[in-house]
Design a protein around this ligand. Structure first.
Ligand code: SAM
Length: 250
């Protein structure tokens, strides 16, 4: 059987493509791409003529079988997404899972990933972090999700769409408080790359005052929760259990 390569591609700056990624994309029989027109431009830039086939979130489950058949017939296939690492807020999970279940070798070809790039330059604790991906688009759902991680001690990482960045920062301020440290990493590796760290209230005001900061692609990193000094560090879970127990008291 062939090998399924999961290949990371640039998140903006084409010079970030890896030498091994280029070699694999050149040598495989087929490239499964999230958006074939988008990826065609990338391949043309590097003079790669490997055939492309669509593998996006709407057809991944149904069409996955086609790629599996090619792999089982002995062809090597590369999986790429529009930008960065496949499966990271991008399609590919179902194909990778099915391939592994079918005993096909799955090989990662690592490279750019917006969350790792942002974290590596943020100056926030990076020994432990959690990636929350995209928050719900509507305020009610977004606040509910933020509430769940309000007392999370690890650095929090979110992807957000530019037209929702301000609403998102407002909700974060309401849930985490205006003093919590946050960093906006925008347009990473591109011409207008901006990394701006500040307390939430300050960053929210800064983004509100400059519509340029509400454009482009962005990652938000929020410092983990720290128990206020002097206060006993009782975990949110302990408090929740205490509430449940208190409710049972006569
Ligand atoms: N698979 C990608 C990765 O490895 O990072 C992520 C794909 S996800 C559909 C797109 C989101 O990633 C954007 O909305 C943004 O939050 C983040 N992102 C991608 N490229 C970025 C960049 N150059 N600068 C900042 N954020 C970026």
């Amino acid at each position: 059987a062939g090998t399924l390569y999961v290949v990371a591609t640039p998140i903006g700056n084409l010079d970030d493509i890896g030498a091994r990624a280029l070699k694999v994309l050149r040598e495989v029989a087929l490239i499964a791409a999230e958006d074939t027109r988008h990826s065609l431009r990338l391949l043309q830039h590097f003079g790669i003529e490997t055939p492309l086939a669509a593998c996006h979130e709407h057809n991944e489950r149904d069409e996955g079988g086609r790629f599996l058949a090619r792999l089982q017939a002995g062809d090597d296939v590369a999986l790429i997404s529009d930008a960065g690492t496949p499966l990271i807020s991008d399609p590919g999970f179902h194909l990778v899972r099915r391939a592994r279940a079918a005993g096909i070798r799955v090989v990662p070809v690592p490279g750019p990933c917006a969350l790792v790039a942002a974290l590596s330059a943020a100056g926030l604790p990076s020994d432990r972090f959690i990636f929350e991906g995209f928050l719900p688009a509507k305020a009610v759902g977004r606040r509910a999700r933020l509430e769940l991680v309000r007392e999370e001690p690890r650095t929090l990482i979110f992807y957000e769409a530019p037209h929702r960045i301000l609403d998102c920062l407002e909700d974060m301020e309401a849930v985490f408080g205006g003093d919590r440290q946050v960093l906006l990493a925008r347009e990473l590796t591109k011409t207008f790359e901006t990394l701006k760290g500040a307390p939430l209230a300050e960053l929210r005001a800064w983004v509100a005052a400059d519509s340029n900061q509400q454009r482009g692609e962005c990652v938000l990193l929020v410092a983990g929760w720290q128990a206020p000094e002097g206060e006993a560090a009782v975990s949110a879970e302990a408090l929740r259990v205490l509430d449940l127990l208190l409710a049972e008291l006569p």
